[in-house]
Design a binder for this molecule. Structure first.
Ligand code: NAP
Length: 311
């Protein structure tokens, strides 16, 4: 018995239920609200999307939890007392989608689209110097499932790529950095910094005034990780002082972004509504089905989130 536990709108939950059942025709998957007390006692696996933690605590036979999302900081925080493995979504299609977004918005910045858009508004015909991709260094913060896919696509487009992770990585052609000194080196060299880090106790507020001061003058930031990794006031100050050129933000401290946020109207900020890598229900359901099939066959629970590291 598998319980589907979400706080999604009803239609969205029903759509997920349908694709999950399609992907796992031999499994019984039921929404938590429809389970009897006896059925709850049988649930071994919970598939979750923004679940109410109380629902998970009421499942005495629960062995593990599969999230439908790649980012699990909220789940890890809310379930700190529930010692069950949390498996997050690692979907190659999600990584491909994110890599595509990183390339798209990197090109948006490298080809000066914000500047040409504002020139057009004042009918200004002015050619700006062309900067070939090979002369631009993109600094990726995070070289996990999403960061490493982005590194591949950026390199294929000709960009020079550096990356930063907790542990050094060997990715062909990518200059790898780790640790505090590695972060300083990456920030000092990158023309565009792309954040693909998870939100953890260590990454919260990582991109603050000190980090921005350590970036090259005229550099830009793309944040596709989580909003709280960036200190918004410090970012706005760095943009207003002209130290940074532009920021493309897809994630925010609070979402949806408040209608009175200064970010909306800032000429050097592009606001996106958390859309850089939407989960594809079909491919995500196939990944979840694969993990559950392996568990049924072998008893092995897929690699879980490390609670101490927070990702
Ligand atoms: P992942 O595979 O767990 O990779 C995380 C990367 O961050 C790893 O390279 C890790 O280093 C590095 N890292 C973590 N903490 C660090 C620290 N303190 N110092 C240095 N490096 C650190 O995660 P993922 O699948 O790539 O996803 C990354 C994040 O993207 C998710 O957590 C989520 O928040 C966000 N996301 C956003 C969207 C969107 O639409 N905007 C969509 C999906 C996901 P190691 O490799 O050394 O462990």
């Amino acid at each position: 018995m598998i319980a589907l536990i979400t706080r999604l709108a009803r239609a969205e939950e029903e759509a997920w239920l349908a694709v999950l059942r399609d992907a796992m025709p031999l499994e019984t998957i039921l929404p938590i609200a429809t389970l009897t007390e006896a059925q709850r006692a049988e649930v071994e696996i919970a598939i979750v999307a923004d679940p109410d933690p109380a629902d998970l605590r009421r499942l005495p036979s629960l062995r593990w939890i599969h999230s439908l999302w790649a980012g699990v900081e909220r789940l890890v925080g809310e379930l700190s007392d529930l010692e069950r493995p949390i498996v997050r979504l690692v979907d190659p299609e999600l990584a491909r989608t994110m890599a595509e977004a990183v390339l798209a918005w990197t090109l948006y910045l490298s080809r000066d689209m914000p500047a040409y858009a504002s020139q057009q508004r004042v009918h200004l015909w002015q050619q700006r110097p062309y900067r070939p991709a090979t002369e631009l260094r993109i600094g990726l913060l995070g070289l996990g499932a999403l960061g490493s896919a982005a590194a591949g696509l950026l390199q294929a487009a000709g960009f020079t790529v550096s990356g930063w992770a907790r542990s050094p990585k060997a990715i062909a052609g990518v200059e790898s950095h780790a640790g505090a000194e590695g972060l300083r080196t990456l920030l000092a060299k990158a023309d565009i910094v792309v954040c693909l880090l998870p939100l953890t106790a260590e990454t919260k507020g990582l991109l603050d005034a000190g980090a921005f001061a350590g970036m090259r003058r005229g550099a830009s930031l793309i944040n596709f990780g989580r909003g709280r990794i960036v200190e918004t006031a410090a970012l706005l100050a760095a943009l207003d002082q002209g130290h940074l050129s532009h920021a493309v933000l897809d994630v925010f401290e609070a979402e949806p972004l408040a209608t009175d946020s200064p970010l909306w109207d800032h000429p050097k900020v592009t606001v996106l509504p958390h859309i850089s890598a939407p989960t594809n229900p079909k491919t995500a359901a196939a990944v979840v089905a694969g993990n559950i099939a392996t568990y049924r066959r072998t008893g092995a629970i897929p690699q879980a989130v490390n609670r101490d590291r927070g990702y």
